[in-house]
Design a protein around this ligand. Structure first.
Ligand code: CA
Length: 426
């Protein structure tokens, strides 16, 4: 099915703000609470949220085989499970309905009132019920920086890193959408020069600038997904902040890897941008340093040029952008990650979420965590207004943003914004 929704010349009859992340060529998917307290699946054009459940009830999707309640759900899991053909048909139809040349909905004031919401009338929810969450570690720059700090500067990358996309299984219960605050976690940590741990609030609270992809049901137990087919099973992407407590992490991570230093919270942007919408922004990723085993070989442009940034806004203070990176720096692409994840026969389900790992670029201004930006606290970052940060303080808000842009169109992810609250007190 053609990607008619991507036509860069298409214009909409809705008013669009300048430089919007959500032109008619984007058509992301999300879940929101309406002004009438109803949960629905929707999309967004400019600063309007569109109720797809109501559009379907009004008969605007009658030519697409969809169950009656496909959009009247509190998650996208069932819609995603319908597969790529359905996602494409719905995106194409939404593009057609909001096209400036189409009067069908534009001229129906009553229907427009039913399906259109301004952003302050709605509350975004988690777009999917995440069954399983995996976090990869796929930026060579990030893995090298962390290896230099925590292990051996001369052998920063472990020997397996260049041969396989390293990852670990995370915890889906603490993944929250943008706007939900997170408490500073407490735990065990080892004071400098001591042999015995103490218990207390993390002093090294950090963000990780990542993106994540969301899958459809992909395989059965035992069945690997070939790298060449992996993209068929990727619905779309979100911005992903993998909150980390570095002092807890450092004490606990050997021998089994990340645990309580990681699983207290992850924050995602609420609109899932489809892989289809990102099609014009394909690029080749870095060339492999080592010859890859055949199951990890991919052909063609499997990465995406997505500009990323992170800002810190202190309580009542001004926002400062502290880093700018790009998804295209990732050494391992999503097809390789999914092929590796399933090569042993591990099943992947609709609504599973796979995060990229911290996306650090080649220069210090493009590092994707405070750990790297402040080089483990040794080089404080200056904020507007004079404050400094080595790690994240209570009541700081951390905002990740991402977008793709060429001469014709801008496709963005909006933002994921999270305020850090002091430790939880019952
Ligand atoms: Ca991570």
């Amino acid at each position: 099915m053609s990607l008619k929704a991507n036509d860069p010349s298409r214009q909409t009859w809705l008013d669009l703000p300048d430089n919007t992340d959500f032109p008619i060529q984007n058509i992301p998917f999300g879940v929101f609470l309406t002004r009438d307290d109803i949960i629905t699946i929707g999309t967004r054009i400019g600063d309007y949220a569109i109720d797809l459940g109501a559009l379907h009830q009004l008969g605007y999707f009658k030519d697409i085989p969809l169950t009656d309640d496909i959009f009247l759900q509190d998650s996208l899991n069932d819609f995603i499970a319908d597969g790529r053909k359905t996602w494409r048909a719905v995106r194409n139809r939404v593009a057609e309905l909001f096209d400036v040349k189409n009067d069908e909905l534009k001229s129906n004031t009553k229907d427009k009132e039913t399906i259109l919401f301004t952003l302050n009338e709605i509350e975004m929810q988690m777009p999917v019920q995440v069954g399983d969450y995996t976090d990869f570690y796929s930026s060579k720059e990030h893995a090298t920086n962390v290896g230099k700090m925590f292990r051996d500067p001369d052998n920063a990358l472990l020997p397996n890193w260049l041969h396989a996309p390293i990852g670990y299984h995370g915890r889906s219960s603490s993944i929250v959408p943008s706007g939900i605050p997170i408490h500073r976690p407490q735990g065990q940590k080892l004071p400098k020069g001591s042999d015995e741990p103490i218990f207390g609030p993390t002093r090294h609270l950090d963000f990780e600038l990542e993106m994540a992809f969301i899958t459809t049901a992909s395989n059965v137990l035992g069945e690997p997904i070939p790298a060449a087919e992996a993209e068929n099973y990727i619905f779309g992407m979100v911005l992903f902040n993998d909150w980390s407590a570095r002092d807890l992490q450092k004490w606990e991570y050997q021998p089994l890897g990340p645990f309580l230093g990681k699983n207290f919270g992850c924050s995602i942007s609420p609109w899932i941008v489809t892989l289809d919408a990102l099609e014009p922004f394909r690029v080749e990723g870095p060339s492999p340093v080592k010859k890859l085993l055949p199951y990890l070989e991919t052909i063609g442009k499997k990465s995406f040029d997505i500009s990323l940034s992170v800002s810190i806004q202190p309580d009542k203070g001004e926002e400062t952008t502290i880093t700018k990176s790009n998804f295209k720096y990732m050494y391992w692409n999503m097809s390789q990650q999914l092929a590796h994840h399933t090569v042993n026969g591990c099943p992947v389900n609709s609504g599973d979420l796979m995060a990229s790992g911290t996306i650090s670029g080649p220069t210090p201004e493009s590092y994707g965590s405070m750990l790297e930006l402040s080089w483990n606290g040794s080089k404080p970052i200056k904020l507007k207004g004079g404050q400094e940060r080595r790690f994240i303080e209570d009541n700081d808000t951390v905002i990740l943003r991402g977008y793709c842009q060429n001469y014709e169109v801008r496709i963005g992810f909006g933002e994921v914004s999270t305020k850090i609250l002091p430790i939880f007190k019952s």
